[in-house]
Write a protein that binds this ligand. Structure first.
Ligand SMILES: [Zn+2]
Length: 116
């Protein structure tokens, strides 16, 4: 099975899409940061602001349970799947192509210099 280009997946899938997918609602906004209840440890209060999502940096952090990471980590943790399965699942739900390494253009190596 070809590998997933996690870097491409992280760059392509936005945190806001995942938050939308789970119906998360922000309780506070500061610039690109959104704060609200933590979907991972399950904040009891709907007005909780312990979970911080940075939409620009595509990362999250919970000040209560200490969970944090990038958009792919969030889906893996939420759905209790290993990262590889979580990315496949997430791409399918969002209707996105999976960024396989094999599907990408081969990297261009350094030019061939003629040695005199
Ligand atoms: Zn939490």
């Amino acid at each position: 099975m070809p590998g997933i280009d996690y870097r491409a997946a992280r760059a392509d899938i936005r945190l806001v899409e995942v938050l939308h997918l789970i119906g998360w609602e922000a309780r506070a906004r500061w610039g690109e940061q959104r704060r609200g209840p933590c979907p991972l440890h399950g904040s009891r209060s709907r007005t909780s602001r312990v979970f911080a999502a940075h939409l620009g940096k595509n990362v999250y952090h919970c000040f209560k349970c200490g969970a944090g990471g990038n958009v792919l980590d969030l889906w893996a943790t939420l759905t209790h799947q290993p990262l590889h399965a979580a990315v496949l699942d997430l791409c399918q739900r969002l209707g996105r192509p999976v960024p396989w390494w094999a599907a990408r253009q081969p990297r261009r190596g350094p030019p061939d210099y003629a040695i005199e």
